[in-house]
Design a protein around this ligand. Structure first.
Ligand code: BGC
Length: 345
């Protein structure tokens, strides 16, 4: 096991972005301090060939100019807040509306655009921290967040903790686009997915949850048994048509000892198991990638180049009393852990 630190690049204002590499056997995780981003994850396939199983950018300029949150830590509120506003008690919060002037998506980069501090916490972990000042993008209260990446063989543990000096909502996630084939330039339509998710939250035309928890049974959203991503993605289903594919929150029903989500890629034999303590996961199949941007290896980021499994509270929870709540009082600690475990079959 080893951890190394190196220079990754300079921000336009000169601040330095660092790269940390954690190695354990055949596995390597790289994280950069811009956005506390999971920069790369190298893993063997069933023949022992080692490839990066994440889709993104080689260089800092790629992240700065073309990011669709590839690999980033997103917060303080991942995904959308309708109208960019919500109430805590009688007090309204008004946020930057960075999506079509209508919604606040991924907190308009509050944490994902920040350069975090980093420290090596053990021979196989690195911890990143950032304090977002009161008022950033409209959020009230200075929020201190910590994200720790730990690598044990193919097991990546992401531990989040956060605390705010005012009452707030907190919902951190990681926005890695996985492509288990390890071949850049390919899509994930052949990846096979299973989720312990009996319901999902359908969305309106602006991708805001309607509030309904819809049973997946009998729909293209039923991954309670394994299905290829591409099998039903082009079905004549209003939800899939609106989002150009899967871009939905699934409501997890925890089964003790079982992964919440499993995805495997038949050709490489790589499998990814996801464990989380959060109530939901956003399945986003890279629907808005369109080959116009070059990613790692200078290859185009094609439509469906990767799939994100963003563990989370449901989108727009602050405006839905029926959803599991993510309100944290001033001084109250938020803690959450997500595990991405790679293996071969
Ligand atoms: C959202 C998508 C969005 C993507 C990249 C996902 O979390 O659900 O709608 O396009 O992030 O910004």
């Amino acid at each position: 096991m080893s951890v190394t630190r190196s220079f990754y690049g300079n921000m336009p204002d000169g601040r330095e972005v660092e790269l940390y590499s954690l190695c354990d056997g055949a596995y390597t995780l790289q994280a950069i301090t811009l956005g506390a981003t999971l920069q790369a994850l190298y893993a063997p396939d069933k023949y022992g060939r080692i490839n990066d199983v994440t889709v993104g950018f080689d260089s800092l300029s790629g992240h700065l100019e073309h990011s669709d949150y590839q690999g980033k830590t997103v917060g303080r509120y991942a995904n959308r807040i309708a109208g960019g506003h919500f109430f805590i008690g009688d007090e309204e919060t008004t946020l930057v509306r960075n999506e079509k002037g209508l919604t606040c998506l991924h907190s308009a980069g509050e944490f994902s655009d920040a350069v975090w501090d980093a420290s090596v916490t053990s021979e196989n972990s690195v911890e990143l921290s950032f304090v977002s000042p009161d008022g950033t993008n409209g959020f009230k209260g200075a929020l201190t967040a910590k994200v720790r990446y730990t690598l044990e063989g193919g097991r990546v543990t992401i531990d989040y903790s956060a605390v705010c000096d005012r009452d707030t909502v907190i919902n951190f996630t990681n926005h890695t686009y996985f492509n288990l084939s390890g071949s850049a330039g390919s899509d994930v339509l052949g990846h096979v997915l299973q989720m312990n998710a009996p319901y999902f939250t359908p969305t309106d035309a602006d991708s805001i949850p309607t509030g309904e928890l819809r049973p997946v049974r009998g729909t293209a959203f039923d991954f309670t048994t394994p299905h290829a991503i591409g099998e039903r993605i082009n079905n004549d289903d209003e939800q899939l048509i609106n989002c150009k594919g899967y871009d939905h929150n699934f409501c997890l029903s925890r089964k003790p000892g079982e992964a919440d989500v499993t995805v495997y890629e038949p050709v490489s034999g790589r499998r990814l198991s996801v464990f989380t303590d959060l109530p939901g996961v956003q399945l986003y199949t890279g629907n808005f990638l369109d080959s116009s941007v070059l990613g790692k290896g200078s290859l185009p980021l094609v439509k469906h180049a990767g799939l994100c499994l963003e563990t989370q509270y449901y989108p727009d929870t602050p405006n839905h009393t029926g959803f599991p709540q993510c309100f944290f009082a001033a001084g109250e600690e938020y803690r959450s852990t997500t595990v991405f475990e790679l293996s071969i079959f």
